[in-house]
Design a protein around this ligand. Structure first.
Ligand code: CO8
Length: 257
């Protein structure tokens, strides 16, 4: 049987993680979740990887948690599975993660996309938190991340009905960073990842941390965090190189030091 998660190296500095359960619309069973978390941890520690693309196939990014795997589970079994810890590993990856979404991103699949830093969606992509239709609620961050992205009233509209919504609505809600033509989503995500991979990894890491940590802090605290982060970067060779290259009218070569 083929691996349920594949690793690819589509460009220098770019790692691609592909969910590969087409027969189940890429439903996230425990094996897939563990593998995504493991690969993201490894890529997070690997100096050769500077940006990560997470994707599925043309039909589905991920159609949610694997309903067949959890249908008979009880509370203690769900607790023992520790899914929330795996989800945190994903969100805590120090490098930028771009979700390239084709087809369905539903339930846990929508939540998985929302743990990423940038979401590029195909014109026909379908998002949704349909959990209420099967007697549960979004349990991988959906009630919180969708609300933070779209605001209370739009989030409620979709969380309480389970209705799916398209890429344009997702973009208008602030859930999607960019819409690409179907068939070009991965290409566009890799192109953006390559662009990020050429920049200073130190600056990128600090920028990601400032945005994520700052989002949940009081403005004053968040601004102080940002100030410290930019001050720290003035000790880096990359800051000297970046500014020297600008003045000398040449392309900078960032070392991550
Ligand atoms: N789980 C398991 N199997 C699935 C899932 C899923 N989420 N989605 C699709 N499949 C399977 C189908 O059962 C079917 O299998 P089979 O061929 O053996 O019958 C196969 O994939 C193909 O599916 P369809 O025939 O239904 O394909 P369609 O193209 O007609 O429809 C849809 C695709 C719209 C994606 C449809 O399959 C669907 O509605 N899927 C379920 C979507 C859903 O409800 N997702 C939410 C799941 S719950 C969740 O994510 C909660 C997260 C909580 C995480 C935290 C836990 C602590």
């Amino acid at each position: 049987m083929a691996d349920s998660v594949l690793i690819e190296r589509p460009a220098e500095g770019v790692g691609l993680i592909r969910i590969n359960r087409p027969e189940a619309r890429n439903a996230l069973n425990m094996e897939v979740r563990r593998l995504i978390a493991r690969h993201l941890t490894e890529m997070g520690e690997d100096d050769e990887t500077r940006c990560i693309v997470l994707t599925g196939n043309e039909k589905s990014f991920a159609a949610g948690a694997d309903i067949k795997e959890m249908a008979g589970a009880g509370t203690i079994e769900m607790l023992a599975r520790g899914t929330h810890k795996l989800w945190r590993t994903i969100a805590a990856c120090p490098k930028p993660v771009i979700a390239a979404v084709n087809g369905f991103a539903l339930g846990g699949g929508c939540e998985l996309a929302m743990t990423c830093d940038i979401i590029i969606a195909g014109e026909s992509a379908k998002f949704g938190q349909p959990e209420v239709r099967i007697g549960i609620i979004p349990g991988g961050g959906g009630t919180q991340r969708l609300t933070r992205a779209a605001g209370k009233y739009k989030a409620m509209r979709y969380v309480l009905t389970g209705d799916l919504f398209g890429a344009k609505a997702a973009f208008d809600m602030g859930l999607v960073s960019e819409i690409a033509p179907d068939g070009e989503v991965e290409k566009r995500a890799i192109e953006m990842a390559r662009q990020i991979a050429e920049l200073s990894p130190l600056a990128i890491q600090q920028a990601k941390e400032a945005v994520l940590r700052g989002m949940d802090a009081a403005l004053d605290t968040a601004l102080a965090l940002e100030t410290k982060a930019i001050q720290i970067l003035f000790s880096s060779q990359d800051q000297k190189e970046g500014m020297a290259a600008f003045i000398e009218k040449r392309k900078p070569k960032f070392s991550g030091r």
